[in-house]
Design a protein around this ligand. Structure first.
Ligand code: ZN
Length: 210
């Protein structure tokens, strides 16, 4: 039986792992390899950071990426740039029309501000990013503005941001080719107070092909 999640991928699989709902994840992806993220059950935000493996002080820059392409949304063809203006990864395929890089990562602080003090004990993306970064000695100061794959953050006519129902669906994918050796750090978003995960965090699958 063929695996529908591998459709269109060429090369040999060097890594294949499911990130449980609400969990952190980190993985080294070598230059030329492609990482596919599969939104297994649909409408699951995948909060995403990238660091250069050779020097992790070089890392993803939302500002440089948005400025270079003259557009707020990440789409097929978007080159994800570092704070030194160099390509880290390229979005080589996307079954979802666009992805967010301005909505940020949820935190205990933003949750209590937006949704009330009763959410203070809830797990959030910032804790996931911190945990995954600590495996390699990076700390809070290394967490920068991130990408939210599969998350729908439209910009309204008056400039306001929305966090609305996702535009993803079960089995949809995004493919990223590494342009240098990179470290990918992920928070499989645990948010349950807004529709970014359809109020129900679910697992995602990470496939790397060489
Ligand atoms: Zn989150």
């Amino acid at each position: 039986m063929t695996d529908p999640h591998l459709s269109g991928l060429s090369g040999s699989i060097v890594h294949d792992e499911i990130i449980p709902a609400r969990a952190p994840w980190a993985h080294h992806v070598k230059q030329g390899e492609t990482l596919r993220i599969v939104d297994l059950e649909g409408n699951q935000a995948v909060d995403f950071l990238i660091y250069s493996a050779a020097d992790d002080s070089e890392r993803y820059s939302a500002q440089d990426t948005v400025a270079a392409q003259g557009n707020l949304f990440l789409r097929e063809g978007t080159v994800l740039l570092s704070n030194e203006g160099r390509p880290l990864m390229t979005i080589t395929g996307s079954a979802v029309e666009y992805h967010d890089t301005i909505g940020g990562a949820c935190s205990c602080e933003s949750n209590t501000l937006r949704y009330g003090h009763h959410t203070k004990s809830q797990h959030a993306c910032v804790e996931n990013f911190l945990e995954a970064n600590l495996w390699e000695g990076r700390g809070k100061r290394d967490i920068v503005s991130n990408i939210n794959f599969f998350m729908n953050v439209p910009v309204e006519a008056d400039g306001a941001l929305g966090i609305v129902d996702g535009i993803s669906a079960p089995g949809l994918t995004v493919d990223l080719r590494a342009e240098m050796d990179v470290i990918v750090v992920v928070s499989n978003c645990p948010q349950i107070n807004n529709p970014c995960n359809a109020f129900n965090p679910t697992p995602v699958r990470m496939i790397v092909v060489a």
